[in-house]
Design a protein around this ligand. Structure first.
Ligand code: SF4
Ligand code: MG
Length: 336
């Protein structure tokens, strides 16, 4: 597979009156063309900030990219001019956010919002762009597209607005779609429809997708590969099967145990991971999860664990993988 995106040693901080928040602390990963990669972790783990860095949407100041490179389709994004970046954002990388109401323009017809990028970035004739807008609305499964194209966002239901957002994002045929919690605001049935839609479009258009979510159900539906983030670092990465059937990091175990299952007895509370993530003003020198980890050993507090390879493409930053570490039976997955 051909490499589309290569993020290397990315560090992003925010300068505040109280000090520097180290939001992303050395993140490296790749995405191939047409691939779907999920980034999971609790809020504040740095997943959204990483994606904002890729889009160059981090407000600077207070944000600053302290280190690292982001090579997209052969170009280092950190070195592009704002004008070049605008073109990348308009036609090569698109983003879909959680709440379509905040990203759709309420005063502009939906069709015009789809056409906007086509006219601006692809120099399409307005009439042709309108035709394409109708085609995109059909593609994302909006009925009566010829009529809907002239309606305003408030005339759409929540699920239709999210479909319209996807239509806008995909109209210019981007190479990469970044979806940040794209279904969180929707009810479960609509969520499933939107995920089906994204999967179909991905196959049809061969768009690479990075999906950011804290919901492992979403991951299972869509992703081929998973990156688990904690406190500004990737702490485990692997294929969907690696992460679901052979997870190796205690934080991943915690995430998996908090997945709601369809037959879940509603009287039972969902498991959640006790404790809170560390203060990113002064991240711990050792494993950032140590304070919440029931398996923590002395070394965990003293040294950041190296990335241990589990199998090809599957690795985790946890001292339990060290050959000298005590053997622990994972509470989830099939175990080893
Ligand atoms: Fe727990 Fe240590 Fe592994 Fe961190 S490195 S997750 S503290 S066992
Ligand atoms: Mg977020």
């Amino acid at each position: 597979m051909e490499r589309l995106l290569e993020v290397k040693d990315l560090e992003v901080s925010f300068k505040t009156y109280a000090g520097e928040v180290k939001a992303v602390r050395g993140v490296s990963f790749n995405v191939d063309r047409g691939e779907t990669v999920a980034v999971v972790g609790e809020s504040g783990c740095g997943k959204s900030v990483t994606m904002q860095a890729i889009m160059r949407l981090i407000p600077m100041p207070p944000g600053v990219i302290k280190n690292g490179s982001i090579v997209f389709d052969g170009k280092d994004i950190t070195k592009l001019s704002e004008k070049e970046m605008e073109h990348v954002r308009g036609s090569e990388i698109s983003m879909v956010f959680q709440d379509p109401m905040t990203s759709l323009n309420p005063t502009m017809k939906v069709g015009a919002q789809i056409a906007e990028g086509l006219i601006k970035h692809q120099k399409m004739h307005p009439k042709q762009a309108r035709e394409k807008a109708i085609e995109m609305l059909k593609l994302v499964g909006i009925p009566n597209a010829e009529k809907r194209v002239d309606q305003y966002p408030h005339e759409f239901s929540g699920g239709m607005r999210q479909r319209a957002m996807i239509a806008i994002a995909l109209a210019c045929n981007p190479k990469l779609l970044i979806a940040d919690e794209p279904t969180t605001a929707l009810d479960v049935t609509i969520q499933a429809q939107i995920l089906d839609l994204m999967r179909d479009l991905q196959k049809k258009l061969n768009t690479a997708i990075i999906i950011i979510t804290h919901n492992l159900g979403v991951v299972a539906n869509l992703a081929e590969r998973v990156l688990v983030m904690y406190a500004g670092k990737i702490i485990e990465r692997g294929s969907l099967d690696d992460i679901f059937y052979n997870p190796r990091h205690p934080y991943t175990w915690g995430l998996l145990m908090s997945v709601p299952t369809p037959d879940l007895d509603k009287s039972k509370r969902l498991a959640s991971i006790d404790g809170t993530p560390p203060d990113l003003f002064a991240p711990p020198v050792g494993c950032a999860f140590a304070a919440r980890c029931e398996y923590a050993m002395k070394i965990c507090y003293e040294r950041y664990p190296e990335d241990f390879t589990v199998s090809d493409g599957h690795s985790t930053a946890c001292w339990l993988l060290h050959p000298m570490a005590p053997k622990v039976k994972p509470p989830v997955g099939k175990g080893v």
